[in-house]
Ligand binder design. Structure first.
Ligand code: F3S
Length: 293
């Protein structure tokens, strides 16, 4: 009986970088360090950062001059950046460089005269930040919405870094029928592609699959959907407390993966708890190994 943990589980490079930048700003920044929005979509990590002296605000108007503001990995629209600057705040920019590349791409597409379509969730901060770089973004989050689009003579396309690859493929095939000239940038982050691929593979090889991460994390939710599509016994949990031992009845192998915003210590807690369950006879999990990438 085994526990297999996906190699790609947990923080991606961009989130690790943002957390390090933010912790540094909390120590050395001017005044108090505030993060605009949750630094990452993980309640427990947010609590840890608060304990380090960082605070989180949703409303930028609440920020007072003389303090430090951290821009999280999702990035923001230029208008937000300018507002913070004019307000006299020290800005620490932890936008993921891969997200910045998308900002550059949409700006370029607009300059070249392409209407720009963003595939992604219009409410997601990353998508809002990308959209803020251009005048008339078209944001689409489902194939149904795509079907309803008119015909274009030319169209430029980018996508949210955490978009589901299957959706991206289907969307691009559909768009090929909607525009005479189509310029598509696949801006799904490699970390996302690898994580989704590993999740699909691992979920198809194990009896039970646990996906660890915030319920408000879009990339974790996507991993759960992918896992569930190949393995009915898939569970999305935020922490070990949510685990129900009955999930593992008759299971020989349990797979574990986690979203890009799930800290390693949360994953470790889950794996340790699974081990304990095995030892206590509730479930017979014994060894832990890392799933092949
Ligand atoms: Fe950046 Fe990719 Fe992570 S875009 S924040 S490295 S998922």
């Amino acid at each position: 009986m085994k526990i297999r943990v996906a190699k790609s589980a947990g923080f991606c490079w961009g989130v690790k970088r943002a957390v390090n930048i933010a912790v540094e700003a909390a120590k050395k920044g001017k005044g108090k360090a505030y993060c605009l929005g949750e630094l990452i979509h993980n309640k427990r990590e947010i609590e840890r950062l608060k304990a380090l002296g960082m605070d989180f605000v949703e409303d930028m108007e609440a920020l007072e001059t003389g303090n430090t503001v951290i821009i999280r990995s999702h990035g923001v629209a230029p208008q937000v950046f300018n507002y913070l600057k004019e307000k006299g705040l020290e800005i620490v920019d932890a936008t993921c460089p891969f997200v910045k590349e998308i900002h550059d791409k949409v700006t370029k597409l607009e300059k070249e005269g392409y209407p720009v379509l963003i595939l992604g969730n219009p409410k997601h901060p990353e998508v809002r930040g990308i959209a803020g770089h251009i005048k008339d973004p078209i944001i689409v989050n489902s194939l149904e919405e795509l079907e309803e689009l008119p015909q274009f003579s030319k169209l430029g396309v980018v996508c949210q870094t955490t978009l589901n690859m299957d959706f991206f493929r289907k969307a691009v095939s559909l768009l090929a029928l909607k525009a005479k000239e189509l310029k598509v940038y696949n801006t799904i982050c490699k970390a996302t592609t690898v994580r989704q691929k590993e999740t699909r593979e691992l979920a198809s090889q194990v009896d039970v699959m646990l996906i660890v991460g915030g319920k408000n994390s879009s990339n974790t939710t996507k991993l759960y959907q992918i896992s569930k599509s190949v393995n009915e016994r898939s569970y999305h949990i935020e922490s070990k407390e949510e685990i129900d031992p009955s999930w593992f009845e008759g299971a020989e192998v349990v797979g574990v993966t986690a979203g890009a915003s799930t800290p390693q210590w949360v994953i470790d807690e889950v794996v340790d708890y699974l081990r304990l369950l095995g030892e206590g006879g509730n479930w017979s999990g014994r060894g832990v190994c890392q799933a092949a990438g």
